[in-house]
Design a protein around this ligand. Structure first.
Ligand code: AHR
Length: 324
């Protein structure tokens, strides 16, 4: 049966032509015995956060002498599904992936289950009815990140703000959850309102483009704050504000999420007010979980990454410590 599934998966992969880039393979550093192989399907390279996340995973595989088949889906779910099928065809020991959106994974996860390959989710969750389709999910609490951003803004503005929101990729877990957490806190502050909201797809270029359109709108002057679902979009928006003659960080208070180095630099320059940390350096936790899954040890269903909140008052001291 397993052979049949492998054969049909190989056929699907061969026929599909694979639009994704299966770029890097970290080979084991040597030694005897059968080496462990892991297939990892990454979303893309849309942000500085994502680049740091990919590097953390590649570095850890290299360090542990694990064969990593790494595939970049260029932010397309169909490319991720092709990659997952190609991992089945290659009969890897474990499959891990960071799903670009929450829904649409059940059929391919069922194929992986039938092939007897354990799955670990990283960074983003999936919406599936069968909980046995993955062993564990390692990632941040995105709802809490949204809450922290809103609470910081409420404290900073005394509960008064007309907010423009730059939303992440539509249908993605961080976009849905950060919005949910942010609005949950906003509900306690009647004078804080989201007056504009649009997706900037988690990229700097799109964040800039959408902010430009917000600033051209007839009611642009009403915007007193910006909530960007990630630092890259906030950094693009800062550029748009400066080009439009608006002072980021003073005329418009800006809070975003991730905590990348460039965000700390923007804070020390007074252009960004606060970043809520979302830690991408989860390579060690991923490979610890892979070890556990292969040793048939019990794993918690959810492994939450610990994170903090940094505003301008902490930025200069923290900048030299930032690893991503
Ligand atoms: O899923 C994590 C989010 O994805 C990060 O906040 C963002 O920068 C990335 O693209």
């Amino acid at each position: 049966m397993k052979k049949l599934i492998l054969l049909s998966s190989a056929l699907v992969v061969a026929l599909s032509g694979c639009g994704k880039k299966e770029t890097s393979t970290s080979e084991p550093s040597g030694g005897g015995g059968k080496s462990v192989s892991v297939g990892f399907s990454q979303i893309g390279a849309e942000s500085a956060w994502r680049t740091a996340n990919s590097q953390s995973i590649k570095d850890e595989a290299q360090k542990r002498g694990i064969k990593l088949v790494f595939s970049d889906a260029q932010q397309k779910q169909e490319n991720q599904i092709k990659a997952l099928r190609s991992f089945i065809a290659q009969n890897v020991d474990v499959i891990a992936f960071s799903p670009v959106v929450e829904t649409g994974w059940e059929p391919v996860l069922q194929e992986i289950k039938q092939a007897g390959i354990p799955v670990i989710l990283t960074d983003r969750a999936v919406d599936v009815s069968d909980p046995s389709l993955y062993a564990t999910f390692i990632g941040s609490d995105f709802v809490e990140e949204g809450r922290r951003a809103a609470q910081w803004l409420a404290d900073k503005t005394g509960g008064k703000a007309q907010i423009a929101e730059l939303v992440g990729t539509p249908g993605s877990a961080p976009a849905l959850d950060r919005k949910k957490g942010f609005e949950e806190v906003l509900a306690k502050y009647p004078d804080m309102k989201i007056i504009k909201s649009q997706s900037g797809d988690f990229t700097r270029a799109k964040g800039k483009e959408v902010m430009e359109s917000f600033l051209k709108a007839p009611d642009a002057k009403q915007i007193t704050a910006l909530f960007a679902h990630n630092d890259d979009m906030a950094l693009g928006a800062i550029q748009a504000m400066e080009e439009a003659g608006v002072k980021p960080g003073s005329e418009i208070t800006i809070v975003s999420i991730d905590g990348v180095k460039a965000a700390f630099e923007a804070m020390t320059a007074g252009k960004l007010n606060c970043t809520v940390e979302c830690n991408p350096l989860i390579g060690p936790q991923l490979f610890d979980s892979i070890d556990a899954v292969l040793a048939k040890k019990d794993l918690p269903r959810r492994i939450v990454v610990q994170e903090g909140v940094f505003d301008q008052s902490k930025a200069a001291a923290e900048l030299p410590n930032r690893k991503y």
